[in-house]
Design a protein around this ligand. Sequence first.
Ligand SMILES: Nc1ccn([C@@H]2O[C@H](COP(=O)(O)OP(=O)(O)OP(=O)(O)O)[C@@H](O)[C@H]2O)c(=O)n1
Ligand SMILES: C[C@](O)(CO)[C@H](O)COP(=O)(O)O
Length: 231
Amino acid sequence: MTTIKQVAAVLPAAGVGRRMQSEIPKQYLQLGDATVLQWTVRALNQDPRVTKIYIATSAADPYFSTLHFDSRCTIQRVDGGATRAASVAAGVRAAATDGFQWVAVHDAARPCLGAAELSSVLDAALSDSVGALLALPVADTLKHADGQQRCDKSIAREYLWQAQTPQVFRTAELLRGWLKFGTEHHEFTDEASVLEALGQRPKLVIGRRSNFKITQPGDEEIARLLLVNKE
Ligand SMILES: Nc1ccn([C@@H]2O[C@H](COP(=O)(O)OP(=O)(O)OP(=O)(O)O)[C@@H](O)[C@H]2O)c(=O)n1
Ligand SMILES: C[C@](O)(CO)[C@H](O)COP(=O)(O)O
């Protein structure tokens, strides 16, 4: 009999959303009947292999406790940290304590993750020796800028991809990486970077543009169109 691997999702949601310039952190902006964070939790509920969701918020967060999550998965809040990596590490440590061998780390600010993309990155990761992440091959011509915002050269894009989340890895390997390099390492802007620093090569799984990260003003309108005004 094959046993289905259970996966914990870890959602870093302790950011302040400086680039978004909104009054409240972007993960709590309202999109129709739910906040960004509630949509993201709904998205993670789309695959039965995800059974628990750890959400890292700032310790002083006044918003999280006001939300109701209509979720098949158990939800646990943990205290996030000063960097995204520290917030993720807090969730991954809690998942390890509960015995999860695999974690799917997904930005709270990516509410438009589709069921097919979630399943494809889980399929790829759980059958891989290292793990996998969603990503997009770079589609535009890339320019290198001089100090005056003028192009001084173009960059070959053949081998370049834009990383998204979920990023699905073994709990023990992520913890080994953070123990060795720390969570304040400025190059660790995602989980794949930790695996790369350990000398491993995470698998890239082609994602969709719709799984973008709400980052700057106007992004929430695109998410609203994709999630609320679908018809
Ligand atoms: N100390 C931090 C910083 C970020 N995040 C989370 O990491 C995800 C991706 O980060 P980003 O888009 O950079 O969010 P912010 O840090 O909030 O945005 P900004 O950089 O514009 O301030 C977000 O879900 C954010 O809440 C986190 O959990 N803990
Ligand atoms: C993890 C990530 O979303 C992959 O693109 C990204 O690296 C987060 O970066 P940010 O600096 O926290 O926006």
